[in-house]
Design a protein around this ligand. Structure first.
Ligand SMILES: [Zn+2]
Length: 453
């Protein structure tokens, strides 16, 4: 049997039977080759070690690795909560809702970890909430008694309780070791405790939860996308029954669609109305010329969605009733140069900048540029020109983040030694931005390459 520490050492560049430094190098004796220059898990010393393990070793190690991961997850939560403390909210803002940390702190974390800013903010908020509201649960995580998914369930299911009640629920669920046989059983135990701790709060919690109702969309593989709605339960059921009922009625002998497909079509018809081929929203599709001519199967691209298969592009481009705006990417894509000193860019310039940078130019932000403000990188008030080299799309949030940096820094927060530093951005050449974070770290954002192989 191999103790965990031995297994760990196996992949340590400093010791063990081989170092990661030379794996995949010119003298590598790796037995499983990936592409040239690739070093993957299949060549790592871990794999050689694993070959000596028996089944019982494997199971034991899996448990130990699980506990190590939980320990590191706990450490990360504490570190993130500390980071949030170092970024206190500005207190002089009159319209600021209660916040535990500066509204742009999550963006800093996101840029560092290559996450979207929204995810960065959520991770930071989760860490702060977990550490503050349920220290007992974070402790249990650090001992590997529960995993991160269970802590997540605790945090989510107690979101509408007071801090004291949340801690009480966590304490109760964890009192007998916390280990339920599955995540579902754990979540059920948490729900029971929530009712026990706050039997009268159900209505209040329901109203609070309804505030979070929303519709979201997500790109999926193979030219598909998902749209979903978070609704109060009775509305969700009513809406689904209506879609389901219409879909069942729509079926006939000749109809080859199954019920799932009919439901999807019915939902779209209901939202778009009768004339749904005529899409009146301005949507852009970036099309390589060879694709339109049927010469190549190069994918097109919808800003805000990503690449779409050539067949769909041709179908859309050929539909005369469709008001998609076609933008050809070949041979020379948009050489719009305008150096007018007008504050507002011409339609052609605006379109060019939005196609060039199809999303908000903050690192990792994927708000599509059609929904973004066009910001003067060097402020217009400081003689920044209105041309392609000084304009970039920024979503509302990052437009505000950037303008916070343009302002002279305000009063220092009482907990901080000096004034809060803000993000800065430069456009080094048209479409290429270099952001500098409050910590002095830099992130490069370039235009999207539509011809990327
Ligand atoms: Zn943004």
């Amino acid at each position: 049997m191999y103790p965990f520490s031995e297994f760990w050492k196996a992949n340590d560049p400093g010791g063990g039977s081989g170092g990661t430094k030379d794996v995949g190098g010119p003298d590598s004796d790796a037995t499983v080759a990936g592409g040239p220059g690739e070093v993957g898990i299949l060549e790592s010393p871990f794999v050689r070690w694993a070959a000596d393990l028996d089944a019982s070793d494997c199971l034991r190690l899996d448990v130990q690795i699980e506990q190590e991961i939980a320990r590191w997850e706990a450490a990360r939560l504490v570190v993130r909560a500390r980071f949030a403390r170092l970024r206190p909210p500005e207190l002089d803002g009159s319209d600021q809702r209660y916040q535990a940390f500066d509204e742009f702190a999550g963006d800093e974390l996101a840029a560092e970890l290559k996450l979207s800013p929204a995810v960065g903010g959520r991770r930071l908020a989760f860490a702060v909430s977990a550490v503050r509201r349920m220290p007992a649960a974070v402790n249990a995580l650090s001992f590997g008694t529960i995993d991160l998914e269970r802590l997540n369930a605790l945090e989510r299911l107690t979101a509408n309780l007071t801090d004291e009640q949340a801690d009480e629920v966590a304490g109760g669920v964890l009192s007998n070791g916390g280990g339920r046989p599955s995540h579902n059983a754990f979540a059920a135990a948490v729900r029971r405790r929530v009712i026990k701790v706050d039997p009268q709060g159900a209505e209040r919690r329901r109203r609070k939860a309804a505030m979070a109702r929303r519709v979201t969309m997500r790109a999926e593989a193979d030219g598909m996308g998902r749209i979903s709605a978070l609704l109060p339960a009775e509305r969700m059921l009513a809406a689904f029954r209506k879609v389901d009922g219409l879909a069942k009625k729509a079926g006939s002998e000749q109809d080859r669609r199954d019920l799932d497909q009919r439901r999807a079509d019915v939902l779209y018809d209901l939202i778009m109305g009768r004339d749904h081929d005529r899409i009146n929203l301005e949507m852009q599709v970036i099309v390589p010329v060879e694709c339109l001519l049927g010469l190549a199967e190069k994918p097109g691209e919808i800003p805000g969605y990503g690449p779409i298969p050539a067949g769909i592009v041709r179908e859309m481009a050929a539909n005369p009733r469709c008001t998609w705006r076609r933008i050809l990417t070949d041979p020379v894509e948009g050489q719009v140069v305008e150096t007018a000193s007008r504050r507002f860019p011409s339609a052609a310039l605006a379109r060019h900048v939005r196609v060039r940078n199809p999303t908000c130019v903050f690192p990792g932000c994927d708000k599509r540029s059609a929904a973004c403000d066009l910001d003067h990188t060097k402020p217009h008030g400081q003689h920044g020109p209105t041309d392609e080299g000084n304009l970039g799309p920024e979503c509302r949030r990052h437009h505000r983040l950037k303008h916070a940096g343009d302002r002279p820094t305000g009063a220092a927060h009482p907990a901080m030694a000096g004034p809060v530093t803000r993000w800065k951005v430069r456009q080094v050449r048209p479409g290429h931005f270099i952001w500098t974070s409050p910590e002095g770290r830099t992130y490069r954002v370039g235009p999207e390459r539509h011809d990327e192989k």
